[in-house]
Design a protein around this ligand. Structure first.
Ligand code: ADP
Length: 495
């Protein structure tokens, strides 16, 4: 149960100005510059961040390099690294509510979801990789008698991690957990509008005994701090979650610098496909609504395209509209709220732009479509359902990253597959059907990193998450995530 009086206390707590964490010390920007943190709950200044410079990013990379090269972390026995990471996970869990409320004030996610998806998920992720550390073996190759082939797995070195604002702790931990468990050192660049909780958990990592310089956090603008990390000659691997435009810049930066490996998770336009033979259409309505409108649609795997078989289209849309009418939009620190704030004014304006374009094309805005609760000063938007969307519309092809659902009817399995695969993205999908053969055919034919069947979202740490096509490369979660942070090295020995 959520402790409501504690939430109210934390809602009003002062948040001190935040500093970078470089080489174990909290420091201001090299030129002293700061940037305001605006809360999406009321549009007011919450606190300030160090506005990082290229010099700051370079200092953090240099600290990470020293920490890696002298073996203060990578050189520890795996079981010793495990103890530190387990302690870190415990500290995060102990402070879960404080972290969740701070995060909500910074980025606007509903508190119930934030608590589970942010600190508690991050603690679980870190624990998962901590427990795996001393269970990863190298290989002995099946050679002839005269040779011995050994395959070592070695940490890649210095990892640059650039993360977004929608789930900073969850996504941050998907990178930090396996990177640190593998023995790498990290320079983390949080998003401008969601840095506070990552800095707080970095402090807890220090308390847990992570040696100085192994985890560094540099805040500020992507185009300055993020770009400096991407251009660095001393970062070995770059891991990123964010927009396609930034992802392309990171690949270019790698090509211009040291050809560092770049792993991208770039969002999607995920199809949620409801066949008339879905086992429970009421459940499909509820899960589909939550699959796009929770966290105000700011979820990379959000089911933002709803494909409905024509025979049930009108009834399904009517039920969905009724369900959405009852969703409570507003104060994300009120546990009764089901859709919280849009992260920033810029994002809100972008969302409204998509709706305006659909309206101009004559598409039907079934519900929502406008900013709401403007008197709070916060950035809130009504959950919006648009029907009659043409698969060629921008709303059907481009990621909104807001509470806007595009509904498209289909007549056959064949057509559903064609529409589902008809975007540049390939992150997530869902299929609702009672027909086992159809479910498996759809799993095979849909181009996506994850295909849900008769549900949406909720996959746990045991399975990988990654995109195909322009949704990215590489995988977060599961033991496969280690592939990004551990290199293979062969020893070939003549006997
Ligand atoms: P969004 O538009 O959703 O904020 P971005 O891709 O811009 O997505 O942001 C994701 C992360 O990438 C943030 O931490 C941001 O600061 C960072 N970022 C933005 N621009 C750049 C850039 N040019 N180089 C490196 N990182 C960047």
């Amino acid at each position: 149960m959520l402790d409501l009086s504690r939430i109210e206390e934390l809602r009003r707590a002062d948040v001190p100005p935040a500093r970078h964490l470089i080489d174990g010390a909290f420091v201001a920007a090299s030129d002293g510059a700061e940037m305001e943190v605006i809360s999406p709950l009321d549009g007011k200044v919450l606190t300030s961040l160090a506005r990082g410079t290229t010099t700051d990013a370079e200092a953090a990379v240099a600290a990470a390099r020293r920490a890696f090269d002298d073996g203060r972390w990578a050189g520890l026995p795996p079981a010793a690294r495990k103890q530190v990471l387990l302690k870190w996970a415990d500290l995060i869990e102990e402070q879960a509510l404080d972290l969740a409320v701070l995060g909500v004030r910074d980025n606007g996610t509903e508190i119930g979801m934030a608590l589970k998806a942010e600190p508690l998920s991050a603690a679980g992720t870190i624990r998962y990789y901590a427990e795996a550390i001393d269970k990863i073996y190298g290989e002995i190759a099946p050679t002839g008698d005269g040779s011995l082939g050994l395959v070592h797995r070695e940490p890649v070195g210095v990892v640059g991690a650039i993360v977004p604002w929608n789930f900073p702790l969850m996504i941050g931990a998907w990178k930090l957990g396996p990177a640190l468990a593998a023995g790498c050192s990290v320079v983390l660049k949080p998003a401008e509008t969601a840095s506070l909780t990552l800095l707080r958990i970095a402090e807890l990592a220090q308390q847990a005994g992570l040696p100085d310089g192994v985890l560094n956090v540099v805040t500020g603008e992507g185009a300055v701090v993020g770009a400096a990390i991407a251009e660095s000659m001393d970062v070995d691997v770059l891991v990123f979650t964010g927009s396609g435009a930034t992802g392309r810049r990171l690949l270019e930066a790698s090509a211009r610098s040291n050809l560092k490996r770049v792993y991208l998770e770039l969002g999607g336009k995920s199809p949620n496909i409801v066949f008339a033979d879905a086992p429970d259409l009421k459940e499909a309505v509820k899960v589909s609504a939550n699959g796009i409108f929770r966290n105000a649609g700011q979820v990379c795997v959000a089911g933002s395209r709803l494909l409905v078989e024509r025979s049930i289209h009108d009834a399904f849309v009517a039920d969905l509209t009724e369900y959405v009418r009852d969703m409570k939009v507003g104060d994300p620190l009120d546990p009764a709220t089901s859709a919280g704030a849009v992260n920033s004014l810029r994002q809100l304006e972008q969302n409204l732009g998509f709706v305006a374009e659909a309206r101009a094309l004559g598409r039907d805005i079934r519900i929502g479509g406008a900013r709401t609760l403007q008197d709070t000063g916060g950035y809130f938007m009504e959950p919006t359902i648009v029907t009659g969307v043409d698969p060629a519309d921008r709303l059907a092809r481009e990621e909104v990253f807001g509470p806007v659902l595009a509904v498209i009817p289909f007549d056959s399995e064949e057509q559903a597959v064609a529409i589902a695969n008809g975007t540049d993205y390939g992150l997530a999908a869902a299929v609702w059907t009672s027909n086992l053969s159809r479910a498996h055919r759809m799993i095979r034919r849909i181009k996506a990193g994850i295909v849900h069947v008769n549900t949406y979202g909720g996959s746990d740490m045991t399975v990988p998450l990654g995109g195909v096509k322009q949704s990215g490369n590489g995988h977060d979660k599961s033991l496969h995530a280690f592939d990004k942070y551990l290199d293979l090295k062969t020893a070939w020995i003549k006997l």
